[in-house]
Design a binder for this molecule. Structure first.
Ligand SMILES: Cc1cc2nc3c(=O)[nH]c(=O)nc-3n(C[C@H](O)[C@H](O)[C@H](O)COP(=O)(O)O)c2cc1C
Length: 264
């Protein structure tokens, strides 16, 4: 008899899902408390040492993230070695200086805090997983079009998992820092040999966490009615290019750092 076995024990898998009654807000309230209080800081208490079990709790949350085709195309490298942290931070401090010279006008944060961040996790993605998404894999033009979207699927997947990790850290009482200034090829070249990362993988971002060195503050958020649309796109929320450019020129630095004097 040809018995087709499911990949999981269905009864066991079903028993693992335990949602509250619809409308019971207790879990929502606890989750929102974590979500609202997840705030970025860029300098942590350098003396604090993250217990290994906290890394496990945080990465356990990452493990449960959703992903396209359930590919789980992520790898997380926990960096505990202070010398390695310092070497990685050198790249970012150099990037900070380069941006200043290149007159990018981006209010680049101070990356020196990386060197002494107690919690330090390098988030890697394996781009080869795009082959697991809806693509033809025949090198055709159509294939290229699908692959572009496949890349987005992959990046969204890793971001979803990373977000779970950030929330888990916040739920444990830590402040967090999500650093993506790392996509450039020279960043990959600087980072990968230090950590022995294979060529096939990319460093997507770095997740820092720890107790804040100074009092953390909550940043501005757009009001809900400016971002929510029901049934149809509400044109009142549409920003013209001129409005967008004006926002970048006059508001960006303030929403990133509360006010321009607070560059951290
Ligand atoms: C995808 C993504 C990329 C980010 N990249 C950087 C970065 O490269 N450097 C940095 O200092 N902060 C980075 N941040 C942190 C944001 O600046 C921060 O989340 C934002 O200002 C809102 O502040 P909050 O996290 O306190 O709510 C990034 C955040 C996200 C989600």
């Amino acid at each position: 008899m040809n018995e087709t076995k499911p990949a999981v024990d269905l009864a066991d898998a079903e028993a693992q899902v335990d949602l509250p009654t619809i409308g019971d807000t207790r879990r929502y309230d606890a989750l929102m408390e974590t979500i609202r209080n997840r705030v970025t800081v860029r300098k942590f208490d350098p003396e604090y040492c993250v217990p290994d079990e906290h890394y496990e709790l945080i990465l356990e949350a990452a493990r449960h993230g959703p992903s396209g085709a359930n590919a789980q195309p992520w790898q997380f490298i926990v960096v505990r070695d202070g010398e390695l942290k310092r070497e990685i931070s050198e790249y970012f401090v150099a990037e900070q200086r380069f941006r200043a010279k290149a007159k990018m006008k981006f209010p680049t944060p101070d990356y020196r805090g990386l060197a002494t961040a107690p919690g330090f996790i390098v988030v890697c993605s394996d781009m080869r997983w795009v082959r697991a998404f809806p693509v033809l894999n025949d090198g055709s033009d159509l294939d290229r079009m699908y692959k572009e979207n496949a890349e987005r699927i992959l990046l969204q997947s890793v971001a979803a998992s990373t977000m779970s990790a950030h929330l888990a850290a916040a739920a444990l009482g830590y402040n967090v820092w999500w650093v993506t200034a790392i996509g450039q090829e020279n960043a990959q070249k600087a980072m990968k040999p230090l950590l022995g990362i294979p060529d096939e993988l990319s460093v997507l971002d770095i997740f820092l966490f720890g107790p804040a060195a100074a009092k953390p503050y909550k940043r501005w958020r757009r009001p809900l009615d400016e971002i929510a649309h029901f049934d149809r796109y509400n044109g009142e929320h549409f920003m013209s290019d001129a409005q967008l450019d004006d926002w970048i020129a006059n508001r960006r630095h303030r929403v990133m750092y509360k006010d321009a004097s607070k560059i951290d």
